[in-house]
Design a protein around this ligand. Structure first.
Ligand code: SF4
Length: 740
């Protein structure tokens, strides 16, 4: 299939473009003059602001909470944040909808009916702590400490305390969102270079080759990354080429878009690598000096990946693959990036290895405008620190699979702002596990809201939102200068809610048995202060007072130079970038090879106004995107006698769902796509589009229930994992369609 360039795209029908642009611009961008200021509409005076850190997605942008009459009237960007530079997305601004949501859980709740029946009674914090402590102590007494599991949210700050709590108790298992979201990418990264994070130095790049990433809508460093990408496009005239099965906002804004057959990115990347080697456009010296792969072995390894084979597997013309490879190798600095469209396949880990190799071939690893490895500011936590427990730390969905198969036992499950029933594939399997008291005897959920998972919990504890608590963070620095950000309460926790960290600290003291000695600091703000006191330069600069006033502290002396591999050995056995043991391969996805007539690849995607399972109760965001028709190619729709709005039954090996279709040129003819984050069945009335009376007069005006609130794809997505990186094959579900 030929690529579609930007000019061709602009010629397309208005329908497609109108759909794409509805609600999709990067929201919340203020002019520099407005940054850091807000004027009251009622008094005309400047509002007082308190700096803190957003948690509506993992990017951790600096925010300012503007106060009026003791309430947060507005959230704006903190101009001192070197990553987000005072800008926020729509989700960051809509954090207010979390804080003042009338459906927040008011008090600790204990289940009174059967699991899932939704019958609860309010209990005191004392009763709640006593019951959890009793359960945990019994587990310890039975010698089963390892059967305590914490399933944590995406927030980088809470991982430290959650890990400390689990280790102090004697359990090795803290499940982190990152392990669920991108295990394929991180496992390839660890093997090749020993770093835990990689990101393009996009601000300085002149050529951005994108396989399946969608940074205009969703990225783990969304606002910080996309600003720099746009800078490079405007200031440096950087070219961007995107390979994606769907015309995401990123594909639409690229110079060229290639609608590729799902799961075949790897062979295109390897064919490009072969072109670069064959045409002697590679940085042979870099390969010889900084990788453990010899040029001759590399040439041999790439020999089978011909342009012809890549064209036949991917549907992208050989001439285009060759041309892009040459452009990539000759337009320096350039970098190739991968995203969910490439990684969330059962061959995703090998795909990521191929992307690494392509970058290494042009010598751009850890170089200006290339592919870099940002380092956080190292935080030194106060002791004593519990010894890390050794043992299994599986990917969350694998854990539930093992629990259902009775291979793995859970004695006490603690979920923190996590919703495995909604968030993971095969939702039914997870709900079976959560519903069965023999499989999971005790489940405590810590969350501001009821959701599709904690409806099966035994206790639900009301958590303070991120706008009501303390945390210390060091987000990955986009400009290679590490910095520290303080999350501080903008208002006190509402109702009877408590911050997650303080719940863990109190619980550790109730459990006792030596756990308490690791939590002597008593409260989270004391922990934060203790960490700050261990950074003499920050103390000299003003310590916690400085952070409370500015929200951010940067250490320019720690600026990370490019080319760290030239200064010290990498954390790999050879000390170099390692490709030799497992050079990247392309393996076709078996179920894709057998795709029959009438079968399609079902893929999922995210809108820029939603984050996973946690934004559908924000009224401003739901008003923008509340439904998710199934994207289908216009020609395919015509053949099936379908028009936009007609309904289809979508059937996978696991089950069916019914959805209206959206016919568009912007998707590969063999693919259908559903966005996630909507289609909620237990996340409050805002998410379900039901108007209701509350202290917030606007909840009575909720109208989108009439327009449709979508359908969730995960219940029909089977669990299928990449054997190398253990990541879920989100883009590998095969479905049939039938008009209803
Ligand atoms: S990118 Fe993420 S952290 Fe930044 S404002 Fe948006 S939701 Fe908040």
């Amino acid at each position: 299939m030929s690529g579609i360039n930007r000019r061709d795209f602009l010629k397309w029908g208005a329908g497609g473009i109108a759909f794409l642009s509805a609600g999709l611009p990067l929201g919340g961008v203020s002019s520099p003059l407005e940054m850091g200021k807000s004027v009251s509409r009622t008094t005309g005076r400047m509002r007082k602001s308190i700096p803190s850190v957003c948690m509506m997605c993992p990017a951790s942008c600096g925010i300012l909470g503007y106060l009026e009459y003791g309430k947060v009237a507005k959230i704006g960007g903190n101009p001192l944040d070197p990553n987000s530079r005072g800008r926020l997305c729509a989700k960051g601004i809509a954090g207010l909808n979390h804080l003042y949501n009338p459906e927040r859980i008011p008090s600790p709740m204990k289940r009174t009916g059967k699991r899932g029946e939704g019958r609860w009674k309010e209990i005191s914090w004392d009763e709640a702590f006593d019951e959890i402590a009793l359960r945990l102590r019994s587990l310890q007494a039975e010698g089963r400490s390892q059967d305590f599991v914490i399933q944590n949210t995406w927030d980088i700050a809470s991982n430290d305390l959650a890990g400390r709590f689990a280790s102090a108790f004697g359990s090795p298992t803290t499940l982190q969102h990152a392990a669920f979201e991108s295990p394929n990418g991180s496992s390839a990264l660890q093997d090749i270079c020993g770093y835990s994070m990689a990101i393009g130095d996009v601000a300085h790049s002149r050529y951005i080759l994108n396989f399946g990433a969608n940074p205009y809508e969703s990225h783990f460093l969304y606002v910080p990354f996309i600003q720099r990408l746009i800078d490079a496009r405007i200031n440096l005239g950087a070219k961007m080429v995107t390979f994606d099965v769907r015309i995401s906002q990123t594909a639409g804004k690229s110079d060229e878009w290639f609608p590729i057959i799902p799961g075949t990115d790897g062979i295109v990347v390897l064919a490009m690598a072969r072109v670069i080697v064959k045409e002697d456009l590679w940085d042979k010296q870099f390969i010889e000096r900084w990788t453990n792969l010899s040029p001759s072995r590399l040439s041999q390894h790439l020999a089978p990946y011909t342009l012809k084979k890549a064209e036949s597997a991917s549907g992208v013309r050989a001439s285009d693959i060759r041309r892009i490879a040459v452009e990539f190798a000759t337009s320096k600095p350039s970098f190739a990036m991968s995203g969910g469209g490439m990684l969330k396949h059962v061959n995703g880990t090998a795909n990521q290895r191929s992307i690494f190799l392509l970058n290494a071939l042009v010598g751009n690893l850890d170089s200006k405008g290339g592919y870099g490895f940002p380092q956080n500011y190292p935080l030194d936590f106060p002791g004593p620190v519990p010894p890390r427990q050794r043992g299994m730390n599986p990917e969350p969905q694998t854990l539930f699979l093992q629990v259902n198969q009775r291979i793995r036992h859970i004695g006490v499950l603690m979920t923190h702002m996590d919703n495995p029933v909604y968030k993971g594939p095969d939702s039914k399997l997870v709900s079976y596990a959560l519903q069965d008291e023999k499989r999971i005897p005790f489940h405590v959920s810590i969350d501001p809201f009821f959701n599709e998972s904690n409806v099966y919990a035994d206790l639900v504890l009301p958590e303070a939102t991120y706008l009501e608590r303390w945390d210390l963070l060091s987000p990955p620095p986009m400009d290679r200068v590490p910095f520290i950000a303080l999350r501080q309460p903008i208002v006190k926790p509402l109702g009877k809610s408590l911050p997650f960290a303080d719940i863990l600290i109190q619980l550790a003291h109730r459990v006792g048995n030596g756990m308490d000695r690791y939590f002597k600091f008593g409260r989270m703000e004391n922990f934060v202060e203790a960490v700050i006191r261990r950074i003499p330069k920050l103390v000299d600069a003003g310590g916690i007072d400085l952070l409370m006033e500015r929200g951010i502290w940067t250490d320019p002396d720690r600026k990370l130079p490019y080319g760290m591999h030239q200064r010290k050995r990498l954390m790999t056995s050879s000390g170099k970038y390692e490709f030799d043991l497992l050079p990247p391969l392309y393996s076709p996805i078996p179920q894709h090879q057998r795709l029959a007539d009438g079968e399609f690849h079902l893929i999922t995607f995210q809108w820029n106004v939603h984050s996973y399972s946690q934004t559908a109760n924000c009224k401003w965001l739901m008003e923008i995107v509340h439904k998710n028709p199934l994207w289908i190619n216009e020609e395919t729709a015509k053949r099936m006698n379908l028009n936009s709005g007609d309904r289809v039954r979508v059937t996978s090996a696991l089950g069916s769902l019914i959805s209206p279709v959206f016919a568009t040129q912007g998707i590969h003819p063999r693919v259908v796509a559903l966005s996630d984050s909507v289609g909620r069945w237990n996340y409050g009335r805002t998410a379900q589009g039901k108007s209701f009376r509350s202290e917030d007069a606007e909840t009575n005006l909720i109208w989108w229930g009439k327009d449709g609130t979508g359908v969730h794809p995960n219940p029909i997505m089977p669990i299928q994992r990449d054997p190398q990186g253990e990541g879920q094959g989100w883009m590998d579900t095969v479905v049939k369609l039938e008009k209803v």
